[in-house]
Design a protein. Structure first.
Length: 129
């Protein structure tokens, strides 16, 4: 059961806030999207997510692992082999993320305008300084 909107927005331990803490950054959705198609290695993420730095990829994977969303399997071989896959909890995130992705594709023109407006606003704020 979902409480009223005030409780959702204002509650300190609100599940909505917890979900946004987990998913609300730039790199988590693409990492989870890639994992939705199966087990991946570190280099798979680097190749398939343009612009992600090694530092951000490592931080994202560690955070998702500690949250119980991603499994990390290290094979005791030389050179080391590490694989990542979704836990059952992580698999439950794929449908909502896919819904958001579909919404984004349907509204890509509006999202472009929002991004342009934000860039213009940031530029004008810098000029005022």
């Amino acid at each position: 059961m979902v409480p009223n909107n005030e409780q959702i927005i204002l509650g300190a331990d609100c599940p909505m806030r917890q979900m946004l803490d987990l998913l609300g950054d730039k790199w988590t959705p693409p990492v989870l999207y890639l994992l939705s198609s199966g087990t991946k290695r570190y280099t798979d993420f680097q190749r398939q997510i343009p612009g992600i730095s090694k530092k951000m990829l490592t931080q994202t994977l560690r955070r998702l692992e500690s949250a119980g969303v991603v499994n990390r399997t290290v094979y005791p071989i030389v050179p080391p082999k590490v694989e990542y896959n979704l836990t059952p909890f992580g698999e439950k995130l794929i449908e909502p993320i896919a819904g958001l992705a579909e919404w984004a594709w349907q509204h890509q023109e509006e999202l472009k305008l929002v991004s342009e407006r934000q860039q213009m606003s940031l530029s004008s704020q810098k000029l005022k300084l």
